[in-house]
Design a protein around this ligand. Structure first.
Ligand SMILES: *Cc1c(COP(=O)(O)O)cnc(C)c1O
Length: 387
């Protein structure tokens, strides 16, 4: 089976992790801050806060921005459930904004319309989470202008997008957002096994996220309610969690970062080759906005279903799997999940997202994919579409 995504582990990664295993610190040592500094420098952001997953990063990003009961968070229905679950963890409510049919990202025009309506109803969101689907950056300058006009905060879910750029700046520069979140799950662009990172230019948000990732406990006397009782003293000043990244993971992440640009460049080569080879097939290849340089976590094609029998998309998917092609579907629209339907969302609520779901297939895309593997994928898809 050719997987849709997989990690690349080289000897330098293994050595970096082994060195940590032989060192004094398996957690809370020097590797995590080193990884954070490297990530912040790479993104051109002031602070980076490493955590044990992007899900955790989204959760404490929402808390740091003060999201709570009575508040709303809006995001794209075409994302992983973590993009919206983070609001529910905080006791807030979720709503979605339909996608742009060309980029598959949250549509800024739909967002503006929904904000105008929400303002009239007195239900403006506190946070909007644009998701850079497949690594392609959202229209961040338009979203930032709306944030200013309607007074919401912005968390970029860049789980697919590390190594990409928007208007010439690294994704994570937070030029148009409060916080940007990355994931280091093995299918993503670089990996720490499990792991995530928040970057921000805001000192207070960074301090709040550092506190929340480790129980809400501080050893910083300036944050305490009174002078420390002694050198052993710490204070819990908020309710936090254990969301820490280990030293082993940070060392792996730091080692992987060395190859980040090469990985993304290789993904672009693969995408260009797919684009060319699919030119004559009845599929819609990914459209790339000229403002962005995608991280290209995923390569999604949409099948052209005109004149096809009912259920063609599903059978095409199954036939590709049967041929050993590890296709996937990113994503089942979140509002159609049973948990969300219980909250009142219905089929038909976000037509563009649902139309995308009826046609999309994620094809294998990973940095160490070979041309031979790619040829196998293309031949399999061509055969399935001939039927
Ligand atoms: C992978 C992913 C997440 C969650 O990442 P974890 O590190 O697995 O918690 C969140 N949002 C999106 C868009 C993702 O693809």
């Amino acid at each position: 089976m050719i997987p849709y995504g997989r990690q690349d582990i080289v000897n330098a990664d293994i050595e970096a992790v082994t060195n940590v295993l032989k060192s004094d610190y398996l957690t809370q040592g020097p590797a995590v801050p080193r990884f954070e500094q490297a990530a912040a420098a790479y993104c051109g952001a002031v602070h980076a806060v490493a955590v044990n997953s992007a899900t955790s990063a989204l959760h404490i990003a929402c808390l740091a921005l003060g999201l709570g009961p009575g508040d709303w968070l809006w995001t794209s229905p075409v994302s992983f459930v973590a993009s919206s679950n983070c609001a529910l963890y905080c006791g807030a409510q979720v709503d979605f904004v339909d996608i742009d049919p060309q980029t598959y990202n949250l549509c800024p025009i739909a967002l503006e319309q929904k904000l105008v309506d929400a303002e009239k109803a007195g239900r403006l969101p506190k946070i909007v989470v644009p998701v850079h689907l497949c690594g392609q950056p959202c229209d961040m300058s338009a979203i930032a202008a709306l944030a200013l006009r309607f007074g919401f905060r912005v968390i970029e879910d860049a789980s697919h997008a590390i190594g990409g750029k928007y208007q010439g700046r690294a994704i994570g520069s937070c030029q148009y957002s409060d916080i940007t979140v990355f994931s280091f799950h093995p299918v993503k662009i670089i990996t720490t096994a499990e792991g995530g990172m928040s970057v921000t230019n805001d000192d207070t948000l960074a301090e709040r996220m550092r506190l929340l990732r480790s129980h809400g406990i501080t050893r910083d006397a300036s944050l305490m309610t009174h002078e420390p009782d002694g050198p052993w003293y710490y204070q819990q000043i908020d309710l936090g969690f254990n969301y820490r990244l280990t030293e082993l993971q940070a060392a792996l992440g730091l080692s992987q970062m060395e190859r980040l640009d090469a990985y993304v460049a290789r993904r672009h080569q693969i995408a260009k080759r797919y684009d060319k080879m699919f030119a004559a097939l009845p599929v819609k290849t990914p459209w790339q906005h000229p403002d962005g340089y995608s991280g290209l976590h995923l390569y999604v094609v949409r099948l052209e279903l005109d004149g096809r029998p009912e259920g063609f998309h599903r059978t095409a998917f199954q036939r590709l799997q049967a041929k050993g092609i590890g296709v996937n579907l990113h994503y089942i629209p979140i509002h159609t999940q049973p948990y969300y339907q219980k909250m009142g969302f219905k089929q038909g609520d976000f037509p563009q997202a649902e139309a995308y779901y009826a046609e999309a297939i994620s094809l294998p895309m990973f940095a160490v994919m070979t041309d031979d593997q790619q040829d196998t994928v293309v031949a399999a898809l061509a055969e399935v579409l001939q039927a």
